[in-house]
Design a protein around this ligand. Structure first.
Ligand code: PBG
Length: 313
């Protein structure tokens, strides 16, 4: 078959417009520090973000999602809710440098807590769901106030979408949509991210609030709940080992679907490529296409910039 015929009969096309690029923002000045397990990805201080934001936008990538690495952590994650926190400052810097770049923020306290859990920890080591909601609403509000275009709760506490929606609406942010990490599995694939953010739980694990990998139907219940509570975009995470879930969500719901091609999925490919065992670029493009084919409209990926360069020809 000629290349022309192959092009005409192609069923799916990946475009930079499908991609969302995660950015790690840290404190200090002049910092651009490569994350060891995620080559090509960096921890940025706020002052370095303007040029990066312009470059991302120029590549045709419509959005970034921000993760914060704060200077101080406490039991409740207060440093994630301050008007001059790392993420809040980063939002202003990016919106200023590249106003068209959509700024999404990850809403979760794990990066800001000493214990590294996504919820407030009770005296007996249990995660307190309802107490955590208050912090999440505070954080989402502080992001909206700093100028975020969309908030993305990733904590998996029950009822958080409704609480965040209400908080945003009552404070005049009814136009800010919510991208819910709706089906988020307790996964081994988050390892490199936790290294990047130093957010590994200091005790226990996240199995009490993240989903059990064998469960597929439960994912649909979680997604339905988040939609009922007001989610505008629903996300499946991780992506590659959960393509069936992406497909199920796509088929069942008339909502924009996002999938998170998480840190471990990226690092695996990069590590094998470094060893010369696979063609890393080819495999990453195949991975991204598979996630798109499964039904994701949007893909959060650490490979966004390299992929966009290729797709732009
Ligand atoms: C929680 C959060 C995590 C990721 C995104 N948001 C970590 C976790 O749940 O342990 C992981 C993303 C990745 O691995 O790329 N704030």
């Amino acid at each position: 078959m000629s290349e022309g015929l192959r092009q005409m009969t192609r069923e799916f096309r990946l475009s930079p417009e499908n991609l969302i690029y995660p950015l790690f923002v840290t404190f200090g000045k002049g910092v651009k520090e490569e994350i060891g397990s995620m080559p090509g990805n960096y921890r940025w201080s706020v002052d370095k973000l303007a040029a990066e934001a312009k470059e991302i936008r120029a590549l045709g990538i419509p959005a970034v999602i921000l993760f914060g690495i704060p200077e101080t952590k406490d039991e409740k994650g207060m440093s994630g809710c301050q008007p001059d926190g790392v993420v809040q400052n980063a939002i202003r810097e990016i919106k200023n440098a590249a106003p068209e770049l959509v700024v999404i923020t990850d809403v979760c306290i794990d990066e800001y807590t000493t214990h590294g859990h996504c919820g407030i920890v009770g005296p007996n080591g249990k995660i307190l769901n309802d107490e955590s909601l208050e912090m999440l609403a505070l954080m989402a509000l502080s992001h909206a106030e700093a100028g975020a275009d969309m908030v993305a709760p990733s904590d998996m506490m029950d009822g958080r979408v409704a609480v965040i929606r209400k908080a945003l609406d009552t404070r005049g942010f009814s136009d800010i949509p919510i991208m819910a990490y709706a089906a988020k599995y307790a996964s081994g694939f988050y390892g490199p991210f936790r290294e990047a953010c130093d957010s590994s739980p200091k005790f226990g694990n996240r199995a009490t609030y993240q989903m059990d990998p064998p469960n597929a139907r439960e994912a649909l219940r979680e997604v339905a709940l988040d939609i009922q509570e007001g989610a505008d975009i629903v996300m499946v995470k991780p992506a590659l080992s959960y393509l069936d879930i992406i497909r199920d969500v796509r088929t069942r719901f008339d909502m924009p679907v996002a999938a998170y091609n998480v840190s471990g999925e990226y690092s695996m490919v990069m590590a094998a490529a470094e060893k010369g065992w696979i063609d890393g670029h080819r495999v990453m493009m195949e991975v991204l296409l598979s996630i798109h084919r499964a039904g994701a409209d949007m893909i959060l990926t650490y490979y966004a910039k390299q992929a966009a360069k290729d797709l732009n020809g």
